[in-house]
Every structure is written in structure tokens, then in C-alpha cells.
Design a protein around this ligand. Sequence first.
Ligand SMILES: NC(=O)c1ccc[n+]([C@@H]2O[C@H](COP(=O)([O-])OP(=O)(O)OC[C@H]3O[C@@H](n4cnc5c(N)ncnc54)[C@H](O)[C@@H]3O)[C@@H](O)[C@H]2O)c1
Ligand SMILES: O=C(O)[C@H]1O[C@H](OP(=O)(O)OP(=O)(O)OC[C@H]2O[C@@H](n3ccc(=O)[nH]c3=O)[C@H](O)[C@@H]2O)[C@H](O)[C@@H](O)[C@@H]1O
Length: 343
Amino acid sequence: MATNGDQQATPKPPPSPSPLRNAKFFQANMRILVTGGAGFIGSHLVDKLMENEKNEVIVADNYFTGSKDNLKKWIGHPRFELIRHDVTEPLLIEVDQIYHLACPASPIFYKYNPVKTIKTNVIGTLNMLGLAKRVGARILLTSTSEVYGDPLIHPQTESYWGNVNPIGVRSCYDEGKRVAETLMFDYHRQHGIEIRIARIFNTYGPRMNIDDGRVVSNFIAQALRDDPLTVQAPGTQTRSFCYVSDMVDGLIRLMQGDNTGPINIGNPGEFTMIELAENVKELINPKVEIIMVENTPDDPRQRKPDVTKAKELLGWEPKVKLRDGLPLMEDDFRTRLGVPKNK
Ligand SMILES: NC(=O)c1ccc[n+]([C@@H]2O[C@H](COP(=O)([O-])OP(=O)(O)OC[C@H]3O[C@@H](n4cnc5c(N)ncnc54)[C@H](O)[C@@H]3O)[C@@H](O)[C@H]2O)c1
Ligand SMILES: O=C(O)[C@H]1O[C@H](OP(=O)(O)OP(=O)(O)OC[C@H]2O[C@@H](n3ccc(=O)[nH]c3=O)[C@H](O)[C@@H]2O)[C@H](O)[C@@H](O)[C@@H]1O
């Protein structure tokens, strides 16, 4: 049974898994659903899961911010299946594990249609929990450090309840994820569903959308296009950046372990946005200009994960430092933008 120090109530036992799970076929194969698997983190997760020959991977994605391109090496593979599906609609399939990532993650995309973002977080998570309940699957939610809002404690521990504006322009995302976490725990307590919650902190790496709007992808694309790096004022706000391979490793450990979470997964190395811009300039294009531009409302002023729980409970800690991860992302952006190294 999963453990979670904060929970007093004894959860009900999980529902019986599908009878198919006991079939000979299932002992040799784990069927894994990845919602949002055509996106940035999701597609790297799929790559890692597909390395295990005992895994069958099913991706459900509506391609709002993801792309089939991210999965092209798996399309047609006998252990892989790709479904165009919006998680706000029910999905009837048989699986053993669900990694539930589907949700636009960049502020420009989640603010584009905020009502849809809330539906994705609330109705989408309800649907995936309903699926988990019907087939007895274990489900992992990719929650976010944004549940801490503009945090008043630093670094953020999982026991912190957050400082979130419930009616702001970011609320569709951060309040949406908070409700999704609540739903996960209510299904766990009420129906005995096996749940896992990861609170992901800013993650970067190859395959981020070039015009994604998030800061690392913006700065790298700007540096490669000789455009000024746009630091949003005041530039002293901080973030902690985790390379995507570390993130995928943390998510898989969480899914396979015995702890419900929530568990912070992120890299505690903390940078101001000015420092990030200076690093990108030094590593990628020393001639590029850095300019200050207007910020958006409710931008959190500081963010850094306390990863003690991840270290103790998952034996996980990030390995890739920002200055090593940025060049790996640069190579991918150069290829996609068609900018050779020594232009
Ligand atoms: N990247 C980060 O820094 C970060 C930080 C915290 C949490 N997260 C969470 O991790 C998950 C993945 O983030 P990402 O950075 O890979 O973002 P992404 O935008 O690249 O991927 C999200 C995927 O979900 C799909 N999607 C969106 N709405 C959907 C819907 N209604 N039905 C089906 N598919 C839908 C998109 O098409 C896309 O493929 C998200 O849940 C996000 O909230 C990411
Ligand atoms: O890690 C998280 O929990 C969340 O982090 C991000 O949200 P945010 O931190 O606002 O990410 P960015 O949009 O990349 O912004 C980071 C900082 O960079 C600044 N920024 C952004 C873009 C830019 O061009 N310049 C710039 O200075 C922003 O003002 C902000 O302070 C992600 O977009 C969310 O999906 C995720 O859930």
C-alpha cells in the first residue's frame, strides 16, 4: 500500500484490476497510457518507456501543443499506439498504468483558452481517474510548482499550501492543477485508486516548441536568430531549471515506487532571469543583446524546489547542470531552425 505521511485515513484497497491483467500475455507486458505523450516531456517519457521491451505504450493526445513529429520514430512500432483523443472526453481502453500529462504547459498556451485549460485539468483528470478506477490502473499526475503560486516560503516544500490568486489570469492552470490534485486524493481515499503526484518545476530540453513562450526556449531561439533576449521585468525573479532526462527518470521512479506524493521533482539550482540570459548569451551567442520587457500579471517572484523527499523516497536527484543542459538544447534548436554551429 502506498504511503503518504500527511494522510490520516486508511485508504480502501484498490479495485480489482481487469481480469486481463492475470492473463499470460499481461505478465509479460505492461500496458502504459501516456496522456499528452506527443508533447515535450511526454515524448521523452515515451522514449524511455519504449526502451523496456516489456512495455506497450499508448499515447492519447489532441495535438494542441504537441506534435506527431515528437513520436515519429515510434509510429508503426508493434508495441506503440497513438490515439488522437481529447482527455475532456472519456477514454475506454485497458491499461495498467496511466501517466497523465495532458495539459498545455506554457503560459501563452494555457492562457489562450483558459476555460479549456480548466476543463482539461478538471474533467480530463476526472476522466483519467474514472479509467483508472474501471481497470484498476495506477495513475500519476504531472502537477506543477505553480500550485505554490507566488510562494511565501523558500525553497518550497511539499507541505507548503501555497499562495495562489484564485481569480487571476494564471488561475486556470494553477487552480486547475490544485483541483486535479484534490481529485487524485479523493479517488484514492474514496475508491482506493493507486495514485502518484509529481510537482514538476520548470523543465527544459530538446523538443520544446520553438515559439513556446517559455523562458529557456525563448532565449535559445532568440540567441540563434540574433534577436535580443527578452528578460521580463524586473529580471530578479528566480526559477530552477531541470533537464528533461532527469525529469523523466524522476517520474518513472515515482510511478514505480510506493509513495503517493505529492513529491517535488526539479533541479534546486536557482537563477534569476538576468542570470539565465547571461548564461545563454555567453554559451550560445556572445554578441546578442539583452533587453528588459514588460512582464505578465501574477508572475511568481521566486521558485526553488526542496527535493529532500525525492532524494529520500525515490533515491532521485538531478544530474544535469544548467550549463551542461543548455548546449544539448541548443543543438536541437539549431537543427530545427536551420542555423549551423559556425555560421
Ligand atoms: N515543462 C514544465 O516545465 C512543466 C512544469 C510543471 C508541470 N508540467 C506539466 O507536465 C505536463 C507536460 O508538460 P510539457 O512541458 O510537456 O507541455 P506540452 O505542452 O509540450 O505537452 C502537453 C501535451 O498535452 C497535450 N494536450 C493538451 N491538452 C490536451 C487535451 N485536452 N487532451 C489531450 N491532450 C492534450 C498537448 O497537445 C501536448 O502534447 C503538463 O501536465 C504540465 O502541466 C510541465
Ligand atoms: O514549473 C512550473 O511549475 C511551471 O513553470 C512554467 O511557468 P513559468 O515559470 O512562468 O515559466 P516561463 O514562462 O518560462 O517563465 C519563467 C520566467 O521567465 C520570465 N520570462 C519568460 C519569457 C521571456 O521571454 N522572458 C522572461 O524573462 C517570466 O517572466 C518568468 O519570470 C511553465 O510554463 C508551467 O508549465 C509550469 O507548470
